[in-house]
Ligand binder design. Structure first.
Ligand code: HEC
Ligand code: HEC
Ligand code: HEC
Ligand code: HEC
Ligand code: HEC
Ligand code: HEC
Ligand code: HEC
Ligand code: HEC
Length: 508
């Protein structure tokens, strides 16, 4: 096959060796700007890891002007109005690290340049506008505020990170959310909020620099709040300084944050037929081709295939458009909060308050807070988009059969969650645990922990297994249905025991 890369190799080098298109491409070179050459002169010796990563990237080998010459489907940049002075050089150290200096709180005077350390999505936007704008529509981009600005989720944070203290009445209270702990626990994935707290003088072989001290850094969380106010870090999936598409298409990239047990996508994927085929075959697949041709470049989907990639058939027909807004293919939020529900309209979920006054998209009785969620028409459109991906390898009947089971599983697991929630609500009413009705955290006592494990771990396993694998181990005995029923029974017996104990106490 002649890929876009291969075609370019033919034009530039007049040769095409099957399977070597990529190596040919690695040999390309683009002129490096005078500014970036100065950075390289020092940083080559200081940070060979950074410089070599960059040299192997497409940024080092292609100019924006060359990139714009590609056909629309093969194009890897999306901004049409790239400033003239950036057009004809490689995208080097200075191009990124001196971009928009006035916008970044960490800009510092460095070797005669105004350099900032944290290159942000708004810098990338200069050349990748579509990706930047779509990404901001993701829950991922809002992951910091979605935790930080939701009082209920803050109670979860404290009950996980806090230091327990036994009170005189025998109850346990968790206190404090130490910022460094928060940064490497929840915010490791969700993203921290960066701020500059000062500068410190660093003595080097090249003289003394005043470098900014950045609180909340390092961090590459999906919703990091940056020093120019933008949200997210593109490096969550395209690590510096290679910024590669191959890496983003590999399931191990998503694994870092999506392994579970609350968010078990990766292990369920690896355990699925798709994951099995990926494991045995991916070494022969082409992870760099743009567009990505189903059947030819790969024969089983990765996370990217189903959720993000631009896919075509071998004759060039588009199967699915590329999107950095993952929601475009998601009708449901299968990550229960506390029930699976239609996707939120707004990726800032901290604005959601259900009719019980709780900051959740579903009530404790399982009703959806529809005012904040997408309607059936939008769900149908997104289902169609996701299914069009499946249909490039599966027949209609297969897809319909799979989907019917999946939506049934949403109803079944929601019903099981409701049964357990009735038990914990009784416990709250009768005072054996104290929850929202008493204005207290629903996560910090024993009965509550059994209850939250049921929906946060087991129900999520069952639904993810259903959606992405059609069932299997993680839907049943590997923290699946067996554990949902187990946890129900445990909660039930715990509550009965509490009642008996209090009857005995009253009788005395
Ligand atoms: C005269 C040599 C020199 C030149 C030219 C130079 N740097 Fe540096 N840079 C350094 C040294 C030395 C450090 C400190 C390294 C350390 O402490 O690890 C540094 C640190 C940095 C840091 C990291 C700051 C931190 O500690 O987190 C960045 C980012 C950076 N340089 C970018 C650039 C860019 C972009 C250019 C070109 C516009 C550039 N540098 C040009 C020598 C240089
Ligand atoms: C959650 C993971 C993830 C994050 C975060 C992410 N990307 Fe991507 N990116 C991908 C995937 C997956 C692909 C491959 C798409 C395909 O196969 O068509 C990709 C492809 C790309 C490409 C190459 C093709 C194209 O779209 O032109 C560019 C450029 C890109 N991303 C830029 C960005 C920028 C800029 C950001 C930050 C605003 C970003 N990405 C954040 C996952 C991510
Ligand atoms: C495409 C844009 C881009 C280019 C080109 C680029 N960088 Fe970066 N650089 C980034 C991003 C993004 C980060 C990560 C910042 C963060 O999110 O923490 C980064 C981080 C850094 C850091 C701090 C990382 C650490 O581990 O301390 C240094 C130093 C640095 N870059 C130097 C360089 C040098 C030297 C070059 C040229 C060889 C270069 N960069 C080219 C975007 C770029
Ligand atoms: C000055 C313009 C410019 C800026 C700024 C820029 N890029 Fe790029 N980007 C390019 C060009 C040019 C290419 C190569 C396109 C090609 O090969 O056709 C590219 C390619 C990419 C690719 C695809 C690589 C692949 O393996 O296919 C990714 C991913 C990417 N950039 C991410 C980023 C991220 C993230 C940032 C910000 C940290 C960024 N870029 C900043 C111009 C830019
Ligand atoms: C390993 C990465 C990771 C860590 C660590 C992590 N999360 Fe998450 N979190 C995720 C992912 C991934 C999702 C999205 C799951 C999905 O939609 O399937 C998520 C979603 C959430 C949501 C839903 C937010 C919303 O409204 O959209 C809450 C609440 C949450 N996490 C709480 C926490 C708390 C509290 C902690 C720390 C105690 C934490 N998370 C730690 C990865 C992580
Ligand atoms: C650095 C951590 C991180 C990485 C890497 C990451 N994610 Fe996420 N992802 C999150 C967090 C955190 C959330 C939940 C945000 C929330 O609910 O507020 C999330 C949510 C999602 C969602 C829910 C829908 C939405 O609108 O965001 C999807 C789908 C998703 N991620 C897919 C992916 C894929 C595919 C990859 C790999 C290409 C990936 N993620 C890589 C952290 C990450
Ligand atoms: C065969 C296609 C396919 C593959 C491969 C796949 N997914 Fe999914 N994913 C789905 C479907 C279908 C859903 C359920 C649709 C929905 O929630 O509306 C889903 C749901 C999700 C969700 C839940 C979104 C939410 O808001 O609750 C996340 C997160 C996610 N996938 C991440 C991943 C990650 C990470 C990988 C790779 C390890 C992956 N997926 C692999 C098809 C796939
Ligand atoms: C790139 C091709 C490709 C895409 C896209 C794809 N699949 Fe598959 N899928 C396969 C192959 C190949 C198998 C293995 C079939 C076999 O067992 O012979 C498979 C197996 C499965 C299985 C396992 C069934 C079983 O009984 O073992 C399920 C479930 C499944 N796919 C669902 C989906 C869904 C849902 C989508 C879309 C969201 C999808 N697939 C997209 C190629 C694909």
């Amino acid at each position: 096959m002649l890929t876009a890369g291969g075609l370019f190799a033919v034009l530039c080098f007049g040769i095409v060796v099957p399977g070597q298109a990529l190596e040919e491409k690695n040999a390309e070179e683009a002129p490096v700007s005078g500014d970036s050459s100065q950075c390289l002169a020092c940083h080559e010796a200081l940070h060979p890891g950074i410089v070599e990563g960059w040299r192997k990237s497409r940024h080092a080998r292609r100019t924006p002007a060359q990139a714009l010459e590609e056909s629309e489907l093969a194009r890897r940049i999306s901004s049409e109005d790239i400033p003239e002075e950036l057009m004809n050089n490689a995208v080097g150290c200075a191009e990124c690290h001196t971009m928009r200096p006035e916008a970044h709180a960490d800009t510092f005077e460095h070797a005669g340049f105004d350099v900032h350390i944290v290159v942000s999505p708004d810098d990338c936007e200069t050349c990748h506008r579509t990706e930047r704008q779509q990404y901001s529509e993701n829950l991922m981009a809002h992951a910091y505020g979605n935790l930080e600005n939701n009082p209920l989720y803050q109670q979860l944070v404290i009950s996980v990170n806090g230091i327990p203290e036994r009170k005189e009445d025998g109850r346990v209270e968790f206190s404090g959310n130490d910022p460094q702990t928060y940064a490497e626990s929840c915010l490791y994935c969700h993203g921290t909020k960066l701020s500059v707290s000062g500068t410190k003088a660093r003595e080097t072989d090249y003289g003394t620099f005043d470098v900014p001290v950045i609180d909340g850094w390092p961090n590459q969380g999906s919703g990091r709040v940056n020093l120019d106010g933008s949200l997210g870090s593109c490096t969550a999936c395209h690590t510096r300084h290679k910024f590669s598409i191959e890496e983003a298409r590999s399931p191990s990239t998503c694994r870092e944050c999506h392994e579970g047990p609350d968010v078990p996508a990766y292990k369920i994927y690896m355990n699925s037929k798709h994951g099995g085929i990926y494991s045995s075959g991916h070494k022969d697949w082409d992870f760099s081709a743009v567009p990505w041709t189903v059947g030819e470049d790969f024969r089983s989907p990765t996370c990217a295939t189903c959720h993000a990639s631009l896919l075509t058939t071998p004759d060039g027909t588009v199967v699915a458009e590329r999107t950095h807004a993952m929601k475009e293919r998601l009708p449901w939020r299968i990550f229960g909060l506390i029930y699976a529900h239609p996707q939120p309209v707004n990726p800032d979920t901290s604005i959601i308050v259900n009719e019980q006054g709780i900051h959740l998209p579903t009530t404790l009785d399982g009703d959806f807070a529809m005012e904040y969620l997408i309607d059936e028409k939008e769900q149908a459109a997104r289902t169609e988009t996701m299914q069009s991906v499946c249909r490039s390898c599966h027949g209609d009947n297969w897809v319909d059969g799979h989907w019917a089971r999946f939506e049934n599983t949403i109803r079944q697991t929601n019903a099981q969650t409701l049964a357990a929630t009735r038990l914990i609500s009784e416990a709250w009413k009768e005072g054996y645990n104290r929850g929202p009705e008493q204005g207290e955290s629903p996560f910090d006592e024993h009965g509550e922990r059994i209850w939250s494990g049921l929906w946060l771990f087991s129900a999520n396993h069952v639904r993810f297994a259903s959606a992405m694998a059609g069932g299997g181990d993680y839907g049943v005995f590997a923290d699946g249905r067996y554990h949902m029923t187990d946890r129900y029974l445990e909660l039930h017996d715990w509550l009965e025991t509490q009642r008996k104990l209090s009857e005995t106490a009253e009788a005395k």
